[in-house]
Design a protein around this ligand. Structure first.
Ligand SMILES: [Zn+2]
Length: 216
């Protein structure tokens, strides 16, 4: 499978992604480096894919009457930087330079308010269904593109930075598969660019994930 090609432009918008601007975003605190990538899952209604409702929610246009379950979402102002559809297509709502509202109350290594210093990537899915191969490919390719623009040091699931409150991306998200594809793409990218790999390889994944670094 050929990985999709993503490049972050100097304004933090990604070439290769479809752009829907969200008003649910603001500036990061001055001087805050973007060091964390947060992986999520979402679908609206839960378990239904290919609907416009996630994009509508993130851009403040959700029709709350479209489904009985949406009543609970009324007034919720949330967003994410990216959504990866089941077929691997990527939508971007917020520039990586800006703060998207995806993590909520959260802590990473003692540091609260993860939205300040993170990028959020939503995978279209649920905690109870496996993710599509195209989603892993797109997520891994997007990770590398983001590494080229931001000094990312860590990847976490929403469940790791908001334990007890959030469960996504959930037990059926294969960190192993994500790491393997990321490692493969890293090697391919590094083939013509000496010096690229050492810095990028230092990306850390959640503790407890076996073989969290690609093999040489
Ligand atoms: Zn989440």
């Amino acid at each position: 499978m050929t990985a999709p090609h993503f490049v972050l432009d100097p304004d933090g918008w990604c070439r290769g992604a479809q752009r829907y601007d969200s008003p649910h975003a603001d500036a990061r605190p001055d001087g805050t480096a973007v060091t964390l990538l947060v992986v999520h899952n979402i679908s609206l209604p839960a378990g239904q894919f290919g609907t416009p409702h996630v994009s509508d929610l993130f851009t403040g246009r959700l029709d709350y009457n479209a489904d009985p379950a949406f009543a609970d979402l009324r007034g919720l102002r949330v967003s994410s930087h990216f959504l990866v559809r089941r077929d691997g297509r990527v939508i971007q709502y917020v520039s990586g330079d800006a703060r998207a509202w995806h993590a909520g109350q959260s802590v990473f290594q003692g540091r609260p308010a993860c939205n300040d210093f993170s990028i959020g990537i939503e995978l279209e899915g649920t905690d109870t269904l496996p993710f599509a191969p195209a989603q892993y490919e797109a997520l891994a390719a997007l990770t590398l593109a983001l590494q080229q623009r931001y000094p990312l040091t860590d990847v976490q699931g929403h469940q790791h930075i908001a334990p007890g409150r959030k469960t996504d991306p959930g037990p059926l998200f294969s960190w192993q598969k994500y790491i393997e594809i990321w490692g493969r793409l890293l090697k391919e990218k590094a083939a013509g660019q000496v010096g690229l790999v050492p810095a990028y390889r230092q990306l850390r994944f959640p503790v407890g994930v076996p073989e969290s670094q690609p093999k040489n």
